[in-house]
Design a protein. Structure first.
Length: 75
């Protein structure tokens, strides 16, 4: 069975910091930044790169569509 490594890119300036993506992540790979963006929100980020499988749950649930998901096959 093939294994997959995932990664996300969050548009920090458009993220409102609602945290829905972090709560829905099945591998708990997403966290909220301690820093704030230009609007004063703590934005989402990939807190644990090793556990992300690229399932895209976060990208689908994001109300603002600011998450891009990448997925690569790992040998």
């Amino acid at each position: 069975m093939a294994k997959f490594q995932g990664a996300i890119v969050v548009d920090k300036e458009k993220c409102k910091g609602c945290g829905i993506c972090a709560s829905i992540c099945p591998t708990k790979s997403i966290g909220m930044s301690k820093e704030v963006n230009g609007k004063g929100y703590h934005f989402a980020l990939l807190a644990n790169e090793e556990t992300c499988v690229g399932c895209a749950s976060c990208g689908r649930i994001c109300p603002d569509g600011v998450i891009t998901v990448y997925r690569a096959k790992v040998d």
